[in-house]
Design a protein around this ligand. Structure first.
Ligand code: PGA
Length: 255
């Protein structure tokens, strides 16, 4: 089964418009015309405009880091699917562990966003993953299954073509502690099996499942070599052009 790799940069709360445009420019110059690997950048909302201008005419896609499920209204500080579309976003990261941990986002709330994103032609990158405590208590698969199943309630088999899953063990995010390729593969295979139970194996086989958590060019090769790892959601290594471009090149080579 050939699935096109996705390498998505999650810039989190970093960079000004000018800095973001510079970074995007470097990425476009280096890997903006190739189509073997799908490259996505997810800057903060305030950079969407400047970054989208730089990405114009390239194959690099733009994504948001979050959104609110309502169409519009009194939700101070929030941003809607339509606003993301309006700024040329085609992806949106949903249910990132930082949103779950610091902003108390529940599976139900994440699920509402997933459905609204799909209704608005945005591809959700649905994040799942266990904490260190949960891993040590051997609850990893239970936690991941609940986040996955509850996050996809009401999503049809046809819509799964637009869904990307990101497995991000919380203990590996920003810590430099990367899951071993074997540890990650176990969870990725379990996610695919759960998707096959929810839908069917034909649909499950097409869904890209990204790994996230201290992924960088030096460890990407082994991770991407795993059967069910279809790319990466990259935090720290996405903030600097060379480290991100090198990682994309590893994915291109592996293709
Ligand atoms: P990291 O972050 O690459 O810095 O570990 C990944 C993420 O949080 O998406």
């Amino acid at each position: 089964m050939s699935r096109k790799y996705v390498i998505a940069g999650n810039w989190k709360m970093n960079k000004t418009s000018e800095e973001g445009a510079e970074l995007a420019k470097d990425i476009v110059l280096a890997v903006g015309q190739q189509a073997e690997v799908e490259v996505v950048v997810c800057p903060p909302f305030t950079l969407l405009e400047s970054v989208s201008k730089v990405l114009e005419g390239s194959n690099i896609k733009l994504g948001g880091q979050n959104m609110h499920p309502a169409v519009s209204g009194a939700y101070t500080g929030e941003i809607s699917a339509e606003m993301l579309r309006n700024h040329f976003s085609s992806y949106v990261i949903l249910g990132h562990s930082e949103r779950r941990a610091y902003f108390d986002e529940t599976d139900n709330f994440v699920n509402q966003k997933v459905k609204v994103a799909l209704e608005n032609q945005l591809r959700p990158i649905l994040c799942v993953g266990e904490t260190l405590e949960e891993r040590e208590a051997e609850k990893t698969l239970d936690v991941v299954k609940t986040q996955l199943v509850d996050g996809l309630v009401g999503v049809s088999a046809e819509q799964t073509g637009s869904v990307v899953i990101a497995y991000e063990p919380v203990w590996a995010i920003g810590t430099g502690k990367v899951a071993t390729p074997e540890e990650a593969q176990v969870v990725h295979a379990f996610i695919r099996q759960t998707l096959a139970e929810l839908y069917d194996s034909a649909h499950a086989d097409k869904i890209r499942i990204l790994y996230g958590g201290s992924m960088k060019a030096s460890n990407a090769r082994e991770l991407l070599a795993q059967e069910d790892i279809d790319g990466g959601l990259i935090g720290g290594a996405a903030l600097e052009s060379n480290s991100f471009i090198d990682l994309v090149k590893v994915a291109i080579d592996q293709d």
